[in-house]
Design a protein around this ligand. Structure first.
Ligand code: ADP
Ligand code: MG
Length: 407
């Protein structure tokens, strides 16, 4: 079947004016989107992901005609204007009007319907979004966040657009409500034959439905993949290296280095060495890996060698799967990076665990006396399985108490 493009974005550059214009004579133009090009096809759910500030909202505003300062082309091949669902259901509904009025408004603007016809359609729509007819008489402030987002979605689709732009439609909502709203968006898509540009900073359930995934980074499209797959000929090793680079990126300003040949991210800080290690398994064209953290020190290697009168230079202190730091995992999860979606999800999960658990864990080493007391009382959590944990803890305490005394 011939694919029909509903939207073509060609070489889009967008700008915001910076500076207040009172002190500075001329305002500066800050470029946000840089040479963005992609197409969205009929029936498609195009997932747009990117970190906060990457330009997702700017792009969606451009598509629905809310942005003036841009160059390049935005070609819409639709009979009806695209509609947008905003992130924040608290500010996107007019507080002065009833839900009935708000839902009827797009039909009034569209024209060609009797008042009775409009009312009937509003009633049907309320039913579709799971709110009873009595909600027609309520005002936005009487509704919960989830109910308001239902109304915002209904208002966006009621006049029959072909393309819906949903800009992080669930991220402002309670987690328990998020799945319901995603479910609603999915069911409406089927029922109303909608195409979606679905924006998220987080690869959630809706992303499973995406036929194309576009990754935006600092205003530039860094990936635009159909069917969630990498182009033919992409080497698994390249995917793995790219994944490690992306995980390393936020750690670089903290003094870490990505060592490609060692598959690790590494930092020497005083007498301790902190690292993350990624162990890839590339088989039959599929790539998975496990992710570990490790703390070591030349001080303990020296101490062990003196203790045992051997040449042993083993410098390990503590290390295991990064995921075990979360206390939710007992073993080593394997991360899949064989498709773009899996890769992005893996990057997100591991980066989150590093920020929330591993870095705070490493930070405990900056107060050595306190850490020694802690380990004495409760040990390290968690050690790699199969280690002689009591022996490890004892070694750490003895070695570094001695070290502190010598200082
Ligand atoms: P995202 O939706 O991905 O978080 P945005 O599109 O909101 O990103 O923002 C992209 C960049 O543009 C950010 O650096 C942001 O500070 C800037 N920006 C957004 N809106 C404006 C504005 N109205 N004026 C100036 N800069 C803006
Ligand atoms: Mg945004």
């Amino acid at each position: 079947m011939e694919r029909r493009a509903l939207l073509e974005v060609k070489h889009l550059n967008s700008f915001y004016e910076e500076g207040n214009g009172i002190l500075s004579a001329g305002k500066r133009r800050k470029q946000v989107l840089q040479d963005v090009s992609f197409s969205l096809y009929q029936g498609e759910v195009l997932g747009l992901v990117g970190e906060s500030g990457s330009g997702k909202t700017t792009l969606s505003r451009a598509i629905v005609g809310l942005l003036r300062d841009y160059t390049g082309e935005l070609l819409l091949h639709t009979a009806t204007p695209p509609q947008m669902v905003f992130q924040d259901p608290y500010s996107s509904l007019n507080p002065a009007h009833t839900i009935g009025w708000i839902l009827e408004e797009p039909l009034r603007v569209k024209g060609g319907m009797s008042k009775a016809g409009r009312k009937a359609q509003v009633g049907e729509m309320l039913d579709k979004i799971g709110l009873g007819p009595e909600y027609a008489h309520r005002k936005p402030h009487e509704l919960s966040g989830g109910q308001r987002q239902r109304v915002a979605i209904a208002a966006a689709v009621i006049a029959g657009p072909e393309l819906l732009v949903a800009d992080e439609p669930v991220s402002a909502l309670d987690v328990t409500i998020q799945a319901q709203i995603l479910e609603l968006l999915l069911s409406l898509r089927q029922e109303l034959q909608l195409s979606y540009l679905f924006i998220s900073h987080d690869l959630n359930e809706m992303m499973e439905q995406c036929s194309t995934l576009t990754v935006l980074r600092d205003g530039v499209i860094i990936d635009n993949m159909e069917k969630k797959d990498f182009p033919k000929g992409t080497k698994p090793r390249e995917i793995f290296v790219y994944t490690c680079e992306r995980i390393a990126e936020p750690l670089i300003p903290l003094g870490y280095k990505y060592r490609k040949s060692k598959n690790d991210i590494y930092k020497k800080d005083g007498i301790f060495v902190f690292s993350f290690y990624f162990s890839p398994s590339i088989r039959f064209g599929s790539t998975t890996f496990t992710a570990f953290f490790d703390v070591s020190s030349p001080v303990i290697a020296q101490w062990r060698s003196e203790q045992e009168g051997t040449e042993e230079t083993y410098d390990g202190i503590v290390g295991t799967s990064i995921a075990r730091l979360t206390h939710r995992y007992d073993d080593f999860p394997r991360y899949e990076v064989s498709t773009l979606l899996e890769r992005e999800r893996s990057i997100q999960e591991i980066s989150g665990q590093i920020q929330d658990y591993a870095l705070p864990f490493f930070a405990r080493f900056s107060n050595l006396p306190k850490l020694l007391d802690d380990v004495e009382q409760e040990g390290f959590f968690p050690h790699r399985k199969g280690f002689d944990v009591p022996k490890r803890n004892r070694e750490f305490i003895e070695c570094f108490r001695e070290y502190l005394q010598k200082q």
